[in-house]
Design a protein around this ligand. Structure first.
Ligand code: HXC
Length: 258
């Protein structure tokens, strides 16, 4: 498949997607988002891929939805055509883990896209923000919903209302990013983390993702019950037998993803 706005590579068992509209700081237009959706679907359905990374350039992960494309839209354009946001939630349907490797700006839709990923590894140059209010709009792809869950109501209000940017250190303190790495090591570190995940048992990886995501959608009691049922089901897998046998035999496990 030939893409115009993204680059797609495979490194071992890791699928790497690089947003690639450098002249516009990877501003997210519908074409780019369609291509991103297709690439994610393709990696999700590929048995040889165990983890996916989305990244951008040194200067920008993505500086938001494409303001030039949006500027002349009317209410009916965006409502009927579902422009700008039409396939964004599709990212959440990917069952394999998706890591956002963020350097530079992750603003507006760029920050929202990073938050749709399962976790964020940030370069020390990363800057996060929801500056939509300066454009006379509000976040439209989960910024007002996922940000308070990630960083607290106070910080989400601060960022969405003042439009200020948060640097990598503040984002890590607030819990938005899982780790910060040197900018020139971002790809190496993200690839290393993704490779560790891709070498685990894929069904276990998928269950962990499903179960942690359930924590955001349900009560604690129901979430714990959901986790327990998944935990029980792991004992029906060959990978549970192999993982425990390998520990007992003091060797590395060879998971068969079954
Ligand atoms: C379209 C964009 C863009 C964007 C940058 N560019 N962000 N084009 N949409 N979101 C373009 C600029 O127009 C410029 O093009 C080129 O990228 C380089 O940007 P500069 O502004 O010259 O760079 P710099 O001075 O370094 O400033 C970087 C910046 C600034 C601070 C990131 O570009 C900026 O504030 N961008 C907008 C950020 C923003 O408001 N994002 C939220 C968008 S709304 P030319 O052709 O002039 O070189 C949104 C809603 C989501 O995301 C809704 C749900 C999906």
């Amino acid at each position: 498949m030939q893409y115009e706005n993204i680059l797609v590579e495979i490194h071992g068992k890791v699928g790497l997607i690089t947003l690639n509209r450098p002249a516009a700081l990877n501003a997210l237009n519908d074409k780019l988002m369609d291509e991103l959706g297709l690439a994610l679907q393709s990696f999700d359905g590929d048995d040889d891929i165990g983890c996916i990374i989305i990244t951008g350039s040194e200067k920008a992960f993505a500086a938001g939805a494409d303001i030039g494309a949006m500027a002349s839209y009317t209410y009916m354009d965006v409502y009927k055509g579902d422009y700008i946001t039409r396939n964004w939630e599709q990212i959440r349907s990917v069952r394999k883990p998706v890591i956002a490797a963020v350097a530079g700006y992750a603003l507006g839709g760029g920050c929202e896209l990073a938050m749709m990923c399962d976790f964020i590894i940030a370069a020390d140059t990363a800057k996060f923000g929801q500056p939509e209010i300066k454009l006379g709009i509000i976040p439209g792809a989960g910024g007002t919903q996922r940000l308070p869950r990630a960083v607290s109501k106070a910080k989400a209000m601060d960022l969405c209302l003042t439009a200020r940017m948060m640097d990598a250190a503040e984002a890590e303190r607030a819990g938005l990013v899982s780790r910060i790495v040197a900018a020139d090591k971002l790809h190496e570190e993200a690839l290393a983390a993704a490779t560790v995940i891709a070498n685990m048992s894929l069904p276990m990886v998928m269950m962990v993702k499903e179960s942690i995501n359930r924590a955001y959608e349900t009560t604690l009691a129901e979430g714990v019950q959901f986790e327990r049922r998944l935990f029980h089901s792991t004992f029906a897998t060959a990978d549970q037998k192999e993982g425990m046998q390998a520990f007992i035999e003091k060797r590395a496990p060879h998971f068969k993803n079954s």
